[in-house]
Design a protein around this ligand. Structure first.
Ligand code: MN
Length: 192
């Protein structure tokens, strides 16, 4: 049985950029619903007892959609802080400069990927097996792990992630996203 992880900060910790109201709905309702649904769907299937990464790599249909959404949301919520490092350092900073030109060019390209993703989905920074970094757009629940890439950061662009705060203004949400994204977390993911 999968369980909903608690948020690693208080519900109001990311105010005013991501509000308490959004986190209450996004974590307590949406994330919880994905946990409950995948737990129900795997019963009696070959995925009962499987880990979420196995589900992401091998499942299809509702098991994939709900299992991937559990993983994606835990990964998303874990990368924020009310006292974030607002830029990468060290090896990650070097890799971003190497593959995107500089940090500002990376942020522009990532924000553009998040803003232009049609419909519901996720924008990702992911590492390829050769170590190169790539910005990836995925629809609905899809996750770069399925394609053998290592996710480093993600922006949830389903409307439920931002509509209570900024209504239809997805670029404004992405602007707020940078204010609470903690690059120390991303550096740890990159070095693991
Ligand atoms: Mn979401």
């Amino acid at each position: 049985m999968f369980e909903l992880p608690q948020l690693p900060y208080a519900y109001d910790a990311l105010e005013p950029y991501i509000t308490k109201k959004t986190l209450e709905f996004h974590h307590d309702k949406h994330h919880q619903a994905y946990v409950d649904k995948v737990n129900g769907l795997v019963k009696g299937t070959g995925f009962e007892g499987a880990g979420l990464e196995t589900i992401i790599q091998k499942a299809d249909g509702g098991i994939f959609n709900n299992g991937a959404q559990v993983w994606n949301h835990t990964f998303y919520f874990d990368q924020f802080s009310n006292n974030p490092a607002t830029a990468p350092e060290g090896n990650l900073a070097e890799a971003i400069n190497r593959d995107f030109g500089d940090f500002e060019k990376f942020r522009e390209a990532f924000a553009n990927a998040a803003a232009t993703l049609f419909g519901s989905g996720w924008a990702w920074l992911a590492a390829n097996t050769d170590g190169s970094l790539e910005i990836v757009q995925t629809s609905n629940a899809a996750n770069p792990l399925r394609d053998g890439k290592k996710p480093l950061l993600t922006c949830d662009v389903w409307e439920h992630a931002y509509y209570l705060d900024v209504q239809n203004k997805r670029p404004a949400y992405v602007g707020n996203f940078w204010k609470v994204l903690d690059w120390k977390v991303i550096e740890k993911r990159f070095s693991n």
